[in-house]
Design a protein around this ligand. Structure first.
Ligand code: C2E
Ligand code: MG
Ligand code: MG
Ligand code: MG
Length: 277
């Protein structure tokens, strides 16, 4: 009886697995087509502000409007691209698209997310610099964002890659800061420009004294290490004011703007510039 039940479970399980695998393969094939045609894939742009309210740049965020499945999480998309061996091609497309966007913007820089697997390629820095050069963009107008966990994986390669990029003027930010395990000693001498404090810590700001103490310590540490600090996922005026009082220089979140479609972002940034002129 138990044996029978066990087998039944296994069958249900393997059927579900089969569905997932089939679905993955369909998505994979579709992604390959989308990359070739380049019309279903899009970058959205989320403005980034100084604490005095000036837009300084934007983060590029991948979107895929799949004809059948609709909007798909970029996290899922990137995972599929990594598994299917398409991440380098997709990464190149993303960087090229971001470079193209800078031409429409007055002095603003664009921050581009880079996946763990992209960073494992020892030629990654050369690859990026070649695209930036080919697109005739000033390297200072491109920043790359790397999640904190990637740094622990292969420190020497990451350090070499960041040094090369920064020597050419490209800036480097550590994304989702606080969710990995980088200790103070890890950060010391790390060749990066900014820390982006993960949204979960910003949410905890309003909870209690402890939540505020942690963010305060992160801001202090960044200052001591002479790094720029960015708060991710700022949603309320309260959070903004607390961060400002702590000396957090830069912020990003729904309070300021959601990620915008390319043409909306261009219009938005022109309006912002006009306001300041
Ligand atoms: P991330 O780099 O940490 O990006 C920030 C995420 O937070 C984005 O989600 C953004 O839409 C969202 N966000 C921004 N402000 C707020 C806010 O105030 N409240 C809330 N609740 N969310 C906010 P998204 O676009 O879904 O991207 C998720 C993750 O997918 C990104 O996290 C990044 O790790 C990855 N990703 C997105 N685009 C790319 C890409 O072009 N390349 C790579 N490698 N990864 C990407
Ligand atoms: Mg990011
Ligand atoms: Mg982030
Ligand atoms: Mg995050």
């Amino acid at each position: 009886e138990a044996k029978k039940k066990g087998r039944g479970c296994y069958e249900v399980f393997s059927e579900a697995m089969g569905d997932i695998l089939r679905q993955r393969r369909v998505v994979e094939a579709d992604l390959r087509k989308a990359l070739e045609k380049g019309d279903e894939l899009q970058l959205f742009y989320q403005p980034i502000y100084t604490n005095s309210g000036v837009m300084t740049g934007a983060e590029a965020l991948l979107r895929w409007n799949h004809p059948v499945h609709g909007g798909m999480s970029p996290v899922f998309l990137i995972a599929i691209a990594e598994e299917a061996g398409m991440i380098m091609q997709l990464g190149d497309w993303i960087l090229r698209e971001a470079c193209r966007m800078t031409a429409n913007l007055n002095l603003l820089w664009i921050s581009v997310n880079v996946s763990a697997m992209q960073l494992r390629d020892e030629h990654f820095a050369d690859r990026c610099l070649a695209i930036i050069n080919e697109m005739q963009v000033a390297p200072e107008r491109i920043q790359i964002e790397v999640t904190e966990t990637v740094l622990i994986e292969n420190r020497d390669l990451a350090v070499a890659t960041f040094k090369k990029l920064r020597a050419s003027g490209v800036r480097v930010a550590i994304d989702d800061f606080g969710t990995g395990y980088s200790s103070m000693s890890y950060l010391q001498n790390y060749p990066v420009d900014s820390l982006k404090i993960d949204r979960s810590f910003i949410q905890a700001l309003s909870d209690n004294e402890e939540g505020r103490a942690i963010v305060g310590a992160m801001v202090e540490m960044a200052r001591a290490l002479k790094l720029n600090v960015v708060a991710e996922g700022v949603e309320t005026v309260d959070q903004r004011d607390m961060l400002s009082a702590m000396g957090c220089g830069t912020m990003q979140g729904y309070l300021f703007s959601r990620p915008l479609k390319a043409h909306q972002f261009v219009q938005f940034s022109q309006e912002e510039t006009a306001l300041r002129a």
